[in-house]
Design a protein. Structure first.
Length: 216
């Protein structure tokens, strides 16, 4: 008799997340953009390469942002409202359905039902926003995450967001030790900021930090 878990119990598969979105068990969903993201958006200056510094009509281009594991896409909606060019991605069809409802008819960004590890973007990004995505991945996928993030960003681009720290083994969420995160990212990134989070959701409370990593 096979001891393999059914698909809806395997977080590396869409079925796991489809089941949670359709049953309404989404404790990682805040329903609004968190304060650390709002603060970052206020102080962000695009590090885009020179060829993208200005649009034909004059003025600086808006940052190209990727949000992997976008879920209901509240954060994607917030950044798009600022005029940023947002690509929101999730491999859960149920999550994308929820995101489509959140974003509404006025959405002008890209919403993709696709696998973060295999989708083909039109170009590299200026910014990747991390929000409950790394901690949703089984630990065996963490090296692939780091390599993929580095490959999707322009040199000088930023990986920013919330990282869940801890030594707990069960998951998701899969917490990471600070030294493990350093080992994952240090080859391709330099950490530029690290600050506590004051408005974490209960499932993450006391274990999150906001960090900003710049692509070498």
């Amino acid at each position: 008799m096979s001891s393999a878990k059914p698909n809806h119990q395997r977080p590396e598969l869409p079925d796991f997340w489809d089941h949670r979105f359709r049953s309404g068990v989404t404790p990682w969903e805040a329903g609004e953009a968190p304060s650390a993201l709002r603060d970052f958006a206020d102080r962000y200056a695009s590090p885009a390469p020179p060829k993208r510094q200005a649009e034909p009509g004059g003025g600086a281009s808006q940052p190209q942002v990727l949000i992997p594991g976008c879920g209901s896409a509240c954060d994607a909606a917030f950044l798009a409202q600022r005029g940023w060019e947002v690509t929101a991605l999730d491999f859960s069809g149920a999550a994308v359905e929820r995101a489509r409802w959140t974003l509404g008819d006025s959405w002008r960004g890209k919403l993709l039902c696709a696998d973060f590890f295999t989708f083909t973007p039109e170009a590299r990004f200026d910014l990747i926003y991390e929000r409950a995505f790394l901690c949703a991945l089984p630990r065996k996928l963490w090296p692939d995450y780091a390599a993929r993030i580095a490959g999707l960003l322009h040199p000088g681009g930023l990986l920013v967001g919330f990282f869940l720290f801890g030594s707990e083994v069960p998951g998701p969420p899969f917490a990471i030790l600070p030294e493990q995160l350093d080992d994952l990212l240090a080859a391709s990134f330099v950490r530029r900021d690290d600050r506590p989070v004051t408005d974490s959701l209960p499932v993450f409370a006391g274990r999150e930090r906001w960090q900003e990593w710049q692509r070498r």
